[in-house]
Write a protein that binds this ligand. Structure first.
Ligand code: ADP
Length: 493
């Protein structure tokens, strides 16, 4: 029997406590899946103001805890809870860093100026926590730039530590577009010694690059889909990180995210107007009608309803959609709903669309989990025109809800959606390749024509899509393999 592993996962988000995107879903689900196959996982994250301690039975665990940042010792407290699946979650309470509204930015989307300090502190304090509670991890697993310094701290400061000295480090890149690049003035606080401020480690054109540091120091790096792991080895897609990722060779891999089907499946979902299944789709019609009502659309069962749930960011290609959606609404008999927030110009554009197409277009600008579930259940197709997509969760949810995805063939979108075959009715969705308004227009047109004119194909695809499974159980096995490789690397490299 291979040894069961002890894993400390440090992240800036984790469902259900704090979430801004897919990262939180992963950190919320992977630990439980790993524990199911016998490993022991603890999660460490910030105690943000928005986290309701009573609701989650979060209790004080340790106080005070001293954390050395460079030459300065800073103090914090630690709280903890145990999830219903038995995962222990620790919250770092440091009011000056985390007791404010917002995770990374203020209400106007201005990044907090002390983000480099906030997340360096989180990374360092997670390691300190292991020491203080006597948790001796085999793996320290960091996620994205926010905690990418943990592998660096581990190697620079804890290599001979009794508790941490044997731990191998692992970094998951959820999105290479966000790297945490900051002025060198922060380097002193970070406290990773100026000797490591070099171009082969943490320095990047005179600044400090957290993600680059993580890539360089981690014993193993992964990203969240096989296709994205290939794309990020190319200069066009890697935002400057291609050489370092290529240098990792086989120590940089793609592991597809799973999905938390306890939250996202039409049979069980408590948030949607009616439940349904592959065998009985009646509830989906109710969901569609209620969705139409909620977005003030014409209540018509026959008209195909296109849904979008997205951050309104360049990555997601919604500026391309803004160049196509009016033509779609004018030329095709369809309805359209969007839920999202982010870029102010796009917010204005999509907020105004229903005024111009009353009864046919609807939008909610904001973040609303219930509405997200309603769209997954009530729409007929789900549109994701991403420029790049490391894994993407919404298209996987939409498969499960029988809401056929229309996606750009990139990253995880390409790995999870199977192209429609017009001759056989095969496939689970509709893929296009060029990132353009033109491609969106024609591919939506292709899907709409299948909806109206090849109904057996559509129904077959819905059945096939709903039967797809991207489970955390499978991903956890892949992570275990990668962890073991990280441990081997740590010992031999
Ligand atoms: P990313 O992490 O790049 O934002 P993903 O598709 O991987 O994209 O994950 C997005 C997650 O965030 C999904 O769970 C989705 O439902 C949720 N989400 C995104 N925008 C919103 C919103 N405006 N309201 C509610 N949920 C949202």
């Amino acid at each position: 029997m291979p040894k069961k592993l002890k894993i400390m996962m440090v992240a800036s988000e984790c469902v259900p406590y704090a979430k801004s995107g897919g990262l939180a879903d992963v950190v919320g689900a992977l630990p439980a899946a790993l524990q199911k196959i016998g490993h022991e996982v603890i999660v460490v994250m910030p105690k943000y103001r928005s986290i309701d301690a009573d609701k989650f039975a979060i209790k004080p665990a340790l106080s005070p805890m001293g954390v050395w940042m460079g030459d300065t010792e800073e103090w914090c407290a630690v709280h903890s809870t145990t999830t219903s699946e038995g995962v222990r979650v620790y919250f770092i309470e440091a009011d000056k860093y985390f007791d404010r509204d917002g995770l990374y930015h203020d209400a106007d989307f201005n990044d907090f100026l002390d983000n480099p300090r906030r997340f360096a502190f989180l990374s360092k304090s997670a390691l300190q926590l292991c020491i203080d509670i006597g948790f001796k991890p085999d793996i320290v697993h960091a996620h994205d730039w926010q905690t990418a310094l943990a592998p660096a701290y581990l190697k620079v400061w804890h290599w001979d530590d009794l508790i941490l000295g044997d731990a191998a480090s692992f970094l998951t890149i959820h999105n290479i577009g966000y790297q945490g690049v900051y002025d060198a003035e922060h380097y002193e606080y970070i406290g990773l010694q100026w000797g490591n401020f070099t171009s082969d480690k943490l320095e990047d054109h005179g600044k400090v690059n957290y993600l680059k540091g993580g890539i360089q120091y981690a014993d193993m790096v992964n990203t969240v889909s096989p296709t994205y792991s290939q794309e990020t080895r190319t200069p066009e897609m890697a935002h400057g990180m291609a050489p370092y990722l290529n240098d990792k060779g086989g120590n940089y891999v793609g592991i597809l995210n799973g999905v938390d089907y306890s939250q996202w499946s039409p049979e069980l979902d408590p948030l949607i107007p009616a439940n349904y299944s592959r065998d009985d789709l009646a509830g989906k019609k109710t969901c569609k009608r209620e969705l139409q009502r909620r977005f003030y659309l014409l209540e018509d069962e026959r008209v195909p309803l296109i849904g979008v749930i997205s951050r309104l960011a360049h990555q997601k290609g919604l500026d391309l959609l803004s160049g196509a959606i009016e033509r779609i609404l004018e030329k095709m008999y369809v309805q359209f709903v969007l839920l999202g927030s982010g870029d102010k110009d796009l917010e204005r554009y999509f907020a105004h669309l229903p005024v111009r197409y009353p009864g046919r277009a609807g939008s909610i600008i904001g973040y609303n989990n219930e509405v997200a579930h309603w769209i997954e259940a009530g729409a007929d197709m789900f549109l994701m025109p991403s420029r790049y997509e490391p894994c993407g969760l919404n298209q996987i949810y939409s498969l499960k809800y029988g809401t056929l995805p229309v996606v750009r063939a990139t990253g995880g979108l390409d790995d999870t959606v199977e192209q429609y075959d017009e001759t056989s009715g095969g496939g689970t969705g509709f893929k296009f390749f060029e990132a353009s308004a033109h491609s969106i227009y024609y591919t939506v047109g292709w899907a709409v024509s299948a909806y109206y004119d090849r109904r057996e194909h559509w129904n077959q695809m819905v059945q096939r899509a709903m039967g797809e499974r991207f489970s955390w159980d499978d991903s956890a096995i892949e992570y275990e393999k990668a962890y073991r490789r990280a441990i081997k690397n740590k010992r031999t490299l």
